[in-house]
Design a protein around this ligand. Structure first.
Ligand code: E4P
Length: 232
């Protein structure tokens, strides 16, 4: 069976190709449990704003999520290399499913390089350009997260950035997955898959919309109504 992308490691071999990985962008454990039960969830991304919104202990939240998915991003809040190293090593010691989330700065690049040498997996956050994506991958990131919604918010083309990054990725053999972050609506998820992105992280409210279509509801109601008239 062909890999999803050259050089990009997959979490666990399966008997079928699961395509683009779907992550939940949340710090709410109940939401993770609910969507994981659908059989479609591959990971979770958290960030300090999401953790603040839920108001629960960070370590307990991350550990609870690690029971449900093989990849949970936990963001460092230090801004210098030494602080990121200390925090990241601590997070990685909590559970094998933890990915240390590192901001896209020059200190962050040093941290990505260090973590790669130690076998600690990382996700680079706050990517807004192809140059940043390239540097993070070269430094050793396992995942890069371009934020498309925030680019759209300032009148730039978020999905255009994903197209550019995927074109670059097709030229090389980076062991680094492209995660489409800051998604705002279901079309973002479909477009990300069309471009062959490896991962897409999705807020709970949008994830809940993905299985829905009004014609499915109307069709099901009719089937159930007609079944009442079937002679048994
Ligand atoms: C990704 O890891 C981030 O947590 C997230 O996608 C940011 O999205 P926002 O722009 O909606 O805050």
């Amino acid at each position: 069976m062909l890999p999803i992308s050259r050089g990009v490691a997959r979490y666990a071999p399966t008997v079928y190709d699961r395509g683009m990985k779907l992550f939940l962008d949340t710090a709410n454990v109940d939401q993770v449990k609910e969507v994981a039960a659908w059989g479609v969830l591959d990971g979770v991304t958290t960030n300090p704003s999401l953790v603040l919104k839920e108001g629960h202990d960070f370590k307990k939240t991350v550990l609870a999520m690690c029971k449900h998915v093989p990849c949970v991003s936990a963001q460092v809040t230090a801004t210098d290399f030494a602080g990121m190293k200390k925090q990241g090593e601590e997070y990685a010691s909590w559970h094998k499913n933890v990915y240390v989330k590192v901001p896209m700065t020059t200190e962050g690049l040093k941290a990505l390089h260090y973590f790669r040498s130690k076998g600690i997996r990382t996700n680079t956050t706050l990517i807004f350009s192809a140059a940043q994506a390239l540097l993070a991958a070269k430094a050793g990131a396992n995942i890069i997260s371009p934020f498309i919604g925030r680019l759209d918010d300032i009148g730039e083309d978020g999905m255009g950035l994903i197209a550019e990054i995927m074109e670059i990725w097709h030229q090389y053999d980076f062991d680094c997955e492209v995660l489409v972050a800051s998604t705002r609506h279901p079309v973002h998820i479909v477009k990300a898959a069309t471009l062959g992105a490896h991962i897409c992280t999705i807020p709970y409210e949008i994830f809940k919309k993905l299985p829905l279509h009004p014609l499915t509801d109307i069709g099901l109601q009719k089937f159930l109504k007609d079944w009442q008239g079937v002679k048994k």
